[in-house]
Design a protein around this ligand. Structure first.
Ligand code: GN1
Ligand code: MG
Length: 359
């Protein structure tokens, strides 16, 4: 394994002695770079280098963490909220050589799964994301910062795709021609977002905005939900973001990296479990517009993620890291196939939602 050597100053900023720790790359995030630090006597931490191309104002992220942590501590003292540890001079991150680094506690006896392998895991994970939004219901929403403007603004993502189509190199555009058509054929999903986004009864709430399976820690033995992690994009938004990301990432046994599209499948029991888990936290406080958007959520996020991958492919892979040249093309295609399958099963999935809305 590659031996990782991180600067002594970074450790020291958090009061740690580098000589006591071994660092390893950790997790599969695309954006930040994550390490696990372990000492011989079993002390463990998560150290992250924040991607400041994406999170251009790390102080906004830190401010949101602080607001949420304070509110939760006051109102739900038993809730496990994984906030950054302070530096020796009481900051949420240290700046070293122009890089932003932060330290987080490692939560022992937990696992982060890349994919759900039982519906109960989907239920547990969905409950954790639903609980976060519910517990923060009375937090001061307007004091939370928008850390990435327009992050889940499908209208903008759609126009970014159109712009990328216009500006792409001939070669890439031709390569992706059919796929581009495939996405443009579903423009009604973007139009629907336009229609509902400004409705009064479609409120902003505090949303995680990256509700994939491996952003939840489950108990390593019981697989019960323990907490959510990766809270960088915790900010005001719509429930369709988290619910939709769960549909996008828990329902099929495949991940967005799968290139054998015949393996993409809608596992109804997983869909049902995540709907139930999310609604068990939020059922009583959703507005009629939100309730009517529950099936749409999966279309919204799958479509938007596909568009983001395709846009990045056309833009020569400037956002998502790749290991092979057409990776963003295949990720986008994977999302389109998933979207088509959600569409094909919509009656059944809508019935499942109805069943759980009223229990
Ligand atoms: C990115 O870095 P990671 O894997 O947590 C992205 C999400 C996407 C996801 C796709 C800030 O998250 O929006 O859903 O990749 N985060 C950002 O898997 O763009
Ligand atoms: Mg993330």
């Amino acid at each position: 394994m590659e031996k990782i050597s991180l600067a002594t100053e970074i450790y020291a900023a958090f009061g740690l002695d580098r000589n006591r720790f071994v660092a390893k790359r950790f997790g599969h995030g695309y954006i930040n770079r994550t390490y696990l630090l372990e000492s011989q006597n079993g002390e463990q931490y998560i150290l992250q280098k924040i991607n400041t191309q994406v999170f251009t104002s790390p102080e906004l992220v830190a401010s949101n963490y602080r607001l949420a942590a304070n509110f939760l501590k006051q109102h739900y003292p038993d809730y496990l909220f994984v906030a950054p540890l302070r530096t020796t001079d009481e900051k949420e991150y240290c700046i070293w050589n122009g890089e932003y680094w932060r330290l987080l506690p490692y939560i022992p006896h937990t696992v982060a799964l890349d994919a759900a392998t039982a519906p109960e895991q989907a239920y547990e994970a969905a409950r954790q994301f639903g609980r976060l939004t519910r517990y923060l219901l009375h937090a001061p929403l307007h004091q939370f910062q928008i850390v990435i403007p327009n992050f889940h603004n499908l209208t903008l993502r759609y126009s970014q795709l159109q712009e990328a189509i216009r500006n792409a190199r001939e070669e890439r555009r031709e390569y992706a021609e059919e796929l581009i058509e495939g996405f443009l054929d579903y423009s009604s999903i973007a139009i629907h977002f336009e229609e509902i986004k400004t409705e009064k009864a479609f409120p902003d709430r505090l949303i995680h905005h990256d509700a994939k399976m491996n952003n939840v820690l489950l108990d390593e033995k019981t697989f019960k939900g323990v907490c959510v992690i990766d809270l960088d994009t915790l900010m005001p938004g719509k429930i369709i973001s988290d619910l939709g990301d769960m549909v996008r990432t828990y329902v099929s046994p495949t991940s967005e990296e799968e290139r054998d599209f015949s393996k993409i499948e809608i596992r109804e029991h997983y869909f049902e479990a995540l709907i139930e888990g999310y609604l068990d936290e939020l059922r009583d406080l959703l507005t009629p517009v939100e309730k009517a958007s529950l099936f749409y959520a999966g279309l919204f996020m799958t479509y938007m993620q596909g568009i983001r991958f395709l846009t990045d492919f056309l833009n020569e892979d400037i956002y998502y890291p790749i290991q092979y040249p057409e990776q963003n093309f295949y990720r986008a295609k994977n999302q389109l196939v998933l979207l088509q399958q959600l569409m094909a099963k919509q009656e059944l999935l809508k019935n499942i939602i109805q069943k759980h809305l009223h229990t």
